[in-house]
Design a protein around this ligand. Structure first.
Ligand code: DP6
Length: 327
């Protein structure tokens, strides 16, 4: 028996994933593009143990039950099937960022779990297959498997829907400066959001233009063209939030400081700072900027009313194994 510990970084999408064609397999309605966040990670240890009568999960040092345990058990079922084993697992998982700080944890969590659990089961899967498996746990987790700047190809089947690196972390000096405006906010989860995306009249329009926005964003990234990048990233985030707000029931993730920060970011850009915003399913604002402007953005955000905390991350690497111990 061996225990494998893996680490995976969270990621922030430049072109968003919102809505599935297949909820079970998490086949998305559009391809997406993201950057891994260095230093914002989940570390997970897995040991398959013949002596266990059920899967056990410890999350941030607390025994987990209910929905979070069920979601992990369902993911372990997929891995058991792939590895052709029936054994239960002992899973220890912790985030190095406060849970509920509004930074997505399912991406890093399911990427780390997939890597640790498959390695502990004796499988040595390539990145493509790891990404497809991670995707079943959480769509955005597929993007936390490969390194740096990542594209998730929507695909038409389980095997075709995977993420791959389009540029290494050091390709572009981008920094994600995250303005946390409400760490205690319990938002409606992404899963419910993906389900209801189609109830918005705007989802069709968002999806119709997604492939083109992705190409523009990818080209801007590869050419390090910040002005084009900023415009398409903000537009894509605005479109996703327009869909959220017009879904039935509506999902409003913004709080008053969220809007004030977005406005400030636009003003900063007008006076020459290389910065733009993007938001996930929460009120916190990810301010993407060139490294040369990161300190100024950070200092500016810290002064704004309603900003509880500011964290920053440079492009992060791939999910990786940290340790393997026998016994
Ligand atoms: C708004 O990957 O968290 O962050 O597959 O249900 O786990 P599940 O959803 P999740 O959705 C992410 C939504 C988003 C946009 C994005 O990261 O692309």
């Amino acid at each position: 028996m061996k225990t494998v510990t893996a680490r995976a970084f969270s990621n922030i999408a430049f072109i968003k994933y919102w809505g599935n064609t297949d909820d079970q397999l998490r086949l998305p309605v559009n391809s997406s593009l993201s950057m891994n966040l260095d230093g914002i990670y989940t570390e997970t240890s897995v040991r398959w143990d013949e002596a266990l009568a059920s899967d056990e999960l410890t999350l941030n040092n607390e025994q987990a039950s209910g929905a979070s345990l069920n979601r992990v058990v369902a993911h372990l079922d997929s891995i058991r099937q792939r590895a052709n084993i029936q054994t239960y697992a002992q899973v220890l998982s912790s985030n190095n960022f406060p849970t509920g700080a509004g930074i997505a944890s399912s991406a890093s969590a399911f990427a780390a779990l997939t890597l640790a659990a498959t390695q502990a089961a004796g499988l040595d899967l390539n990145k493509h297959e790891l990404s497809t498996l991670a995707r079943i746990g959480s769509g955005s987790a597929s993007r936390s498997i490969p390194a740096g700047f990542v594209e998730w190809h929507k695909g038409e089947s389980h095997d075709e829907s995977y993420a791959e690196s389009i540029a290494a972390p050091d390709y572009w000096d981008l920094v994600d400066v995250i303005a946390i405006v409400n760490s205690g906010h319990k938002a409606v989860g992404s899963r419910e959001g993906h389900h209801s995306a189609n109830t918005s009249d705007l989802q069709g329009a968002r999806v119709a233009g997604a492939a083109q926005r992705l190409e523009i964003c990818k080209k801007a990234l590869l050419e390090r063209d910040f002005a084009t990048f900023a415009e398409v990233v903000e537009h894509d985030s605005n479109l996703m939030h327009a869909v959220m707000m017009t879904s039935r029931p509506p999902l409003f993730y913004w709080l008053p400081p969220t809007l004030a920060i977005m406005e400030q970011v636009r003003l900063w850009r007008e006076v020459g700072l290389h910065v733009c915003y993007t938001l996930d399913a929460g009120p916190n604002v990810h301010c993407l900027c060139l490294a040369q402007d990161a300190d100024e953005v950070k200092a500016g955000l810290t002064k704004l009313t309603g900003v509880e905390q500011v964290r920053s991350a440079i492009p992060g690497g791939a999910a990786h194994v940290i340790s393997v111990s026998e016994g």
